[in-house]
Design a protein around this ligand. Structure first.
Ligand code: URP
Ligand code: ZN
Ligand code: ZN
Length: 462
């Protein structure tokens, strides 16, 4: 038989297996693996590594924040992802106070659907708890969104979910098999410390350094500990987003050892950068939330990823360019929080993960693709190269070393937090449901091609 398209000659790396096989594709779906597959349309991948497309389960595209809107929108953010080997992203529909959750979902879909260039989905961020929200929770899960988000900070933005909201959300999540993601930081402690640094006699001299001094690791791990406590007593499934402190990773590992249903995510900025970035003239460009911590913290995060007690690599992409960041005007509390990253996660974590000998390529595939697919309820449609799965595929060029600088990237950002990092390899070709969407770092797909992915509750990865 002849397939519509065949990717021939490569070595496929899934989370649990390495297979020498051609890939037969029909209607965007993988229909066969094996050598000697035939098609008129053959992509030669002889001698190349092949990975399932990465899933970035944490992005904020065109997010209104601090008087600006993040500069990578649904179109450019998904183009950038495609160039960097990411074939699915999950953004957020954030509930306004009193807003029905499905209205928030529909509003965000109206912004995204015609723009996305690869597949995407949404988590729903709830900001309050009442009988209506509890009813809406069920509706949202039935609709195909089994993952919620609660911010333990951001009171001023109206996004904060207090402990009572988090507790009740976890209770209902336990009932429904849903999952609550948390941005875990301690709001009262942060208010206190930020207030102190605003009044600090050396505030001007400290500049962006005050951003990190006012957000020590305890501001995160205290909140992680608290959220784990609520998960432990309610039985609700908890997912800690953008874990940045080593002690948070240890708390997640200890909780899992006790049988608590908790997962951990971290991001390249917490693995590859340290808080010395705030010392320079451009320190404010690195302002993100939670803030970048110490080298010791990074090592503990790597340890968690290596031993399997941390589960997901994501980016928290929230791009603000130099002119947007300039709005801080010397006041550390006014820095627009967020960094670009969806385009560089795969090459950077490949380089510093398997290529640096930290763990196997298969283990890395779990972190960037298989685990998020399972934890977010998209597996086996996404997260694996196997018959029946979407043909979301990356052909990897091991020979291509890229020195990261904005001019080689698709992102709308005019700086990269990883400027000057050299990667060992880069995606040569990225396919989304069988369609070539990026080649050698250039987007070649179609605006609006991406589809909204409805997801299901599932067992996660226990
Ligand atoms: O600084 C960040 N990460 N901005 C986006 C919102 C969030 O906290 O994830
Ligand atoms: Zn956050
Ligand atoms: Zn975020």
């Amino acid at each position: 038989m002849k397939f519509e398209r065949v990717i021939r000659g490569g070595t496929i790396y899934n989370g649990d297996s390495t297979i020498e096989a051609d890939i037969g594709i029909e209607d965007g779906v993988i229909t066969a693996l094996g050598r000697g597959l035939e098609a008129d349309d053959v992509i030669d991948a002889t001698g190349k590594k092949i990975f399932p497309g990465a899933i970035d389960g944490h992005v904020h595209l065109q997010l209104p924040f601090g008087g600006s809107v993040s500069a990578d929108d649904f179109e450019n953010g998904t183009k950038a992802g495609a160039c960097g080997g990411v074939t699915s992203v999950i953004d957020f529909a954030i509930q306004g106070k009193g807003q029905p959750l499905m209205e928030a979902v529909e509003a965000r879909r109206a912004e995204a659907d015609s723009k996305v260039c690869t597949d995407y989905s949404l988590h729903v961020a709830t900001t309050e708890w009442n009988a209506q929200v509890a009813r809406d929770f069920r509706e949202v899960v039935d609709y195909g969104i089994p993952t919620f988000k609660m911010f333990m900070i951001y009171k001023a933005q109206g996004w904060m979910a207090d402990d009572s909201t988090l507790y009740q959300g976890l209770e209902l999540a336990a009932d429904l098999g849903a999952q609550i993601g948390v941005h875990a930081e301690s709001v009262d402690l942060l208010d206190l410390l930020i207030g102190r640094y605003k009044r600090h006699p050396d505030r001007e001299k400290l500049g962006a350094r005050a951003h990190t001094l006012s957000r020590p690791a305890v501001t995160e791990w205290e909140a992680v500990q608290r959220a784990i406590t609520w998960a432990e007593v309610t039985g609700g499934r908890l997912y800690v987003v953008h874990t940045s402190a080593g002690r948070s990773a240890e708390l997640i590992a200890q909780a899992r050892d006790r049988g608590v249903n908790v997962y951990g995510e971290t991001c390249p900025q917490y693995l590859l950068l340290d808080d010395s970035v705030f010392d320079g003239e451009d320190g404010h460009l690195f302002g993100t939330c939670p803030q970048i911590k110490s080298k010791e913290d990074s090592e503990k995060l790597w340890d968690g990823l290596t031993d399997g007690s941390m589960h997901v690599l994501a980016t928290d992409t929230c791009t603000f360019n130099r002119s947007q960041k300039a709005a801080w005007n010397g006041e550390f509390w006014n820095i627009p929080f967020g960094l670009p990253g969806v385009e560089t996660m795969v090459p950077l974590t490949y380089t510093h993960g398997p290529a640096a000998g930290r763990f196997s390529i298969n283990h890395w595939v779990k972190l960037v693709s298989e685990n998020p697919a399972k934890i977010f309820g998209m597996y086996p449609k996404k997260g694996i190269i196997a018959p029946g799965s979407d043909a979301d595929i990356v052909i990897w060029d091991d020979e291509r070393e890229v020195v990261i600088t904005p001019s080689v990237l698709q992102t709308n950002c005019d700086f990269s937090p990883f400027e000057g990092f050299t990667t060992k390899g880069w995606p040569e070709k990225t396919f989304s449901r069988g369609k070539l969407v990026a080649e050698k770092g250039k987007f070649v797909g179609e605006v609006g091609y991406g589809e909204f992915v409805k997801r299901s509750t599932g067992p996660g990865i226990w």
